[in-house]
Each structure stands twice: as C-alpha cells, then as structure tokens.
Design a protein around this ligand. Structure first.
Ligand code: GLN
Length: 244
C-alpha cells in the first residue's frame, strides 16, 4: 500500500513549518511499512489533483492569498472543487482552509473571491487571534483532543453545508464567538491550526491516513505505533493550557 501525497502551493502558502505535517504523514506510513510519495505543485503546476491520494495546503499571509487568485481562476479552483466532491482527503491549514471557502475579505478591505468548495466565508480583522489552543474532534473523527497553534486575523463562519472539525476547549477557533473550530465536508479537514499539527496529534494524523487508505484500498490496517514521547508531550501541553 502506498499514498501519493500532493503539497499544493508550497511556494506561497508556507508559514510556520506547516510542511512538518507532511513529514509526519510520511513517517507514520513508513513506520508501518507503507509507501509514500510526495509531489509539490506550485503556482502554475500542471498536474490535476485526481492523480493523488491526499492533498495538503498550508497557511499564508493576506498578500500571498491574493496572489493565488489568478491561479485558482485559471483552473485550479475547479480542479480542487472536483477533487473535493470526489472524496479526495484534504488537510487545509489557515490560509489554505480559507481558500476552500466562498470568500475572504482581508482586514484592509480586499475581496478575495474563493472557490466555494466548502460552504463557509471569512472576514478579516486587524485584531488577530493568536496562541496555543485546544479543540476536541467530533465523535465521528474519533473525539480526541487536538493541540494546535493559531494566528489569524480572519474570522470564519460556517454555512449549513459543512460541519465543524471540532469544538474549542481553549482558545478561539473559527471566529472566537461560536465555539467551533475548522470545517469538515466529505474527506476535507480544514483547520486554523498551524505548524506541527500532526506530530502533536498522532490520532488526528492516523485519522487522515485512514481516510486516504480506505478511499484507495477499501480498508486501512493501521497498526498502533509506540507514541509514548508524543503522549508525554501532549499531557504536558494540555496541563499547561488547563485543558486536561
Ligand atoms: N492571512 C490569513 C489571516 O490572517 C491567514 C493567516 C494564516 O494562514 N496564518 O486570517
């Protein structure tokens, strides 16, 4: 078994080491004797997403998010929408999460018409939501606590066509008001959590891998791994954040 992973827009959406998530996907496959390959698709990259088994999109600053618009219009937007509808697993972080929605109005009033693959929209604000945070995945995704780091001016509001990825225990999440964090639709996982999201949350990483393996092979035999170091780090961080 092998997963072909695509990193979309690594040239522009590349904040805070979001790329570490790909290393984590790789290691957790290889530790189980499963194969991995990575393709980076920058702006203007030709391949259609349908050739892959899982797509990762990281976060970016407002400027880069406007630079992308032309590429989305030239066809990548339609390609993402059709991959989403076809059940492709996506992990999308912050700016990458916002761009799957309908639109983003930046804090200085620029309108970014996005692709509407997910029923949500984002309004920017100068007042940023920053810090380590904790949210709980919904039961259908295993219900584990996810420890993340958020830094966004955008406030995201979910429409009726998507579910939240989780419920905020500590921190802000989508908008700091309604207690939701991220979005789930088909096999898309959108989140505000930057940086080493998956290394800090092995159960969430395995949930994503399972989605991709089940879609490709009809089953996902993920043997448990020895996660003692990860669990110790998580316990320390949950205690520090008062979310244990
Ligand atoms: N520029 C967007 C915002 O501030 C996304 C930021 C990010 O990806 N960290 O909301």
């Amino acid at each position: 078994m092998e997963l072909k992973i695509c990193h979309l827009y690594p040239d522009v959406l590349n904040l805070y080491g979001d790329r570490g998530n790909i290393l984590c996907l790789r290691r957790r496959l290889e530790w189980r004797g499963l194969g991995f390959s990575l393709t980076e698709l920058p702006l203007g990259g030709g391949d259609a997403l349908g050739a892959f088994d899982l797509v990762f999109i990281g976060g970016g600053q407002d400027f880069e998010q406007t630079v992308l618009l032309e590429d989305l219009r030239r066809g990548r937007g339609a390609d993402i929408r059709s991959a989403v509808e076809d059940g492709m697993p996506f992990l999308c972080v912050c700016g990458g999460y916002q761009l799957l929605g309908r639109s983003y109005r930046t804090a200085d009033g620029q309108e970014c018409p996005y692709i509407g693959a997910l029923d949500l929209y984002t309004l920017g604000s100068e007042d940023r939501l920053i810090g380590n945070y904790v949210f709980q995945l919904e039961p259908e995704d295993g219900g584990s606590l996810v420890i993340g780091f958020e830094n966004h001016g955008g406030r995201t509001y979910l429409g009726s066509g998507v579910r939240p990825l989780g419920r905020v225990r500590k921190g802000y999440g989508n908008n700091g008001e309604d207690g939701t964090e991220g979005a789930r639709y088909k096999n898309v996982f959108g989140t505000y959590s930057h940086g080493p999201l998956l290394p800090k949350n092995p159960a969430f990483c395995d949930r994503l891998l399972a989605c991709a393996l089940e879609r490709k092979y009809g089953r996902a035999d993920l043997e448990p791994l020895e996660d003692a170091a990860e669990e110790a780090a998580r316990a320390g961080m949950l205690a520090r954040l008062g979310a244990d």
